[in-house]
Design a protein around this ligand. Structure first.
Ligand code: HEC
Length: 463
């Protein structure tokens, strides 16, 4: 024990660690910053977890288009702890985005972005977009059809931005199409470039927290006045401030630990998402479904009328970024209490409801085929005729169920076929299947005559 103390004293004297760190740990913070203040530090916990698991994954992952998919399958199914490791990295990413989002909402609702913390808000907005960019680039590294097609869609959207779009898309993907070069480029974004920017901005973000102090919980009728705020804050801390450690930090520690335990448990119980098939350019009807945090944006573009799309794709993000960045300039003083800022609260609720409904729509994604549709069973087939039974099987084998529902099985992109023969005759069915329609492929050249007959025989029983 004495020995250890001596060693520490030696290190501390030469390095000045405690001189540097103690003021940080002990610095006074306003009292009463309770549980709503834990989300920023929880984001940091998630980030550390992501760095550790990310580095571990990079030991086995091979960022080349011929090996990436295989190496991930190896990590998931063969490498020791590989499944849990990928699981933690996946759920950690989700948790980080969730925490960043809640942290941001908290800061907005308590107006903690007002004087003198404007730069904290601005660096935070940039960190939010960088976090989403990490999710987006990470998704492509799976190099399965879902990840690759999601990026294709994003690149196409980027390409539609007037004037600079084409160039931006080329830069993003490293060429005009997605291929091996895109993968190495995204690997570099995901592992070097974006993390480097995140570390720099995060350092700045935390430095600001130290410099300007944690915002005190807002109080009705106590507006922020830039002229006197700093002096007031200093006096307040002197009178009622408490040392950060342990009075405020224990909540951060507890919540951070709970978050990490939750992530690891989810990783152990559910594991990472299975990869879909390797990307195959010939598979035209792949309709990508990105990870949940991109889903809302996807739904927005899927549901938007085509005519306004190219305008909105450009103006929407630009407006959002400008609005977020200009917020602390528009309102940098005055009341912080949410009770005096009803419109801020109302606006936040609207945005949350909007994003959440888009997310739910994306979950159902009625506009895209459902590749997980199951085959029809005896309960759906009300006949013992072999032709009818063969037709029911073909409905699954030929992918009709990706888009069409029969009873409770199948997707929603096309009309429900449960009672199709009430509306359509034998001839109508044949014409539609052979020629296709809006959003339905023509099956004329794909189905053999006897397959077509079997399918129609089955559909005729659906009355
Ligand atoms: C990519 C999705 C998709 C696939 C796969 C698909 N369909 Fe369709 N189907 C549609 C859409 C969308 C419509 C509506 C087309 C229209 O109104 O122009 C439709 C219409 C139909 C209709 C007319 C229904 C009505 O009530 O008007 C029939 C019958 C039909 N499909 C049968 C099939 C069969 C059989 C298969 C498989 C061999 C199949 N579809 C595969 C999307 C799909």
């Amino acid at each position: 024990m004495k020995m250890l103390k001596k060693i520490w004293a030696w290190i501390d004297d030469r390095s000045g660690f405690s001189e540097l760190l103690l003021p940080l740990i002990k610095h006074p913070v306003p009292p009463g910053s309770k549980w709503s203040y834990v989300f920023g530090s929880a984001t940091l916990f998630c980030l550390v977890l992501q760095v550790i698991t990310g580095v571990a994954l990079s030991l086995l992952y091979q960022p080349s288009s011929s090996d990436a998919y295989q190496s991930l399958q190896f990590i998931t199914h063969q490498a020791r702890f590989g499944r849990v490791l990928r699981g933690i990295h996946y759920f950690g990413a989700s948790a980080m985005i969730l925490m960043v989002g809640i942290h941001m909402i908290r800061v907005y609702i308590t107006a903690a972005y007002k004087y003198p913390r404007e730069m904290g808000w601005i660096s935070g907005v940039l960190l939010l977009f960088l976090t989403i960019a990490m999710g987006f680039t990470g998704q492509l590294l799976r190099w399965d059809s879902n990840g690759v097609w999601s990026s294709v869609v994003a690149a196409e959207q980027l390409g539609r931005i007037p004037i600079m779009g084409k160039l931006a898309a080329r830069l993003l993907m490293g060429g005009n199409t997605i291929g091996g070069h895109t993968l190495s480029r995204f690997y570099s974004y995901h592992v070097f470039i974006i993390p480097a920017i995140i570390f720099i901005l995060l350092g700045f973000h935390l430095m600001l927290v130290i410099r300007n102090g944690i915002s005190e919980p807002p109080k009705l009728g106590r507006p922020v006045d830039p002229k006197s705020y700093r002096q007031w804050y200093k006096d307040m801390l002197q009178k009622v401030g408490v040392p950060f450690w342990p009075y405020a930090a224990w909540r951060d520690m507890l919540f951070g630990a709970a978050t990490i335990i939750a992530i690891i448990s989810l990783a152990i119980i559910y594991g990472p998402p299975e990869l879909s098939q390797p990307p195959n350019p010939a598979y035209l009807y792949a309709n990508p479904k990105p990870d949940w945090y991109m889903l809302a944006i996807f739904s927005l573009f899927a549901l938007m009328p085509r005519r306004i799309e190219s305008v909105v794709i450009f103006i929407g993000p630009v407006m959002t970024v400008l609005m977020l960045l200009s917020l602390p300039f528009i309102s940098h003083k005055g009341e912080r209490s949410a009770l005096r800022r009803p419109w801020a609260v109302f606006g936040t609720i609207c945005v949350i409801v909007f994003v959440f409904s888009l997310f739910l729509l994306g979950e159902q994604s009625t506009w895209s085929p459902q590749f997980t549709a199951k085959p029809l069973t005896q309960t759906n087939i009300h006949s013992s005729d072999t032709l009818v039974i063969a037709g029911a099987a073909l409905l699954y084998q030929r992918g009709c169920l990706y888009c069409h529902k029969v009873d409770n099985t199948g997707g929603l992109k096309g009309p429900d076929l449960t009672n199709v023969s009430q509306r359509l005759t034998n001839e109508d069915l044949r014409v539609r299947i052979v020629n296709g329609g809006t959003n339905m492929p023509a099956y004329g050249g794909i189905l053999k005559e006897e397959e077509l007959t079997a399918i129609i025989a089955f559909l005729q029983t659906r009355k």
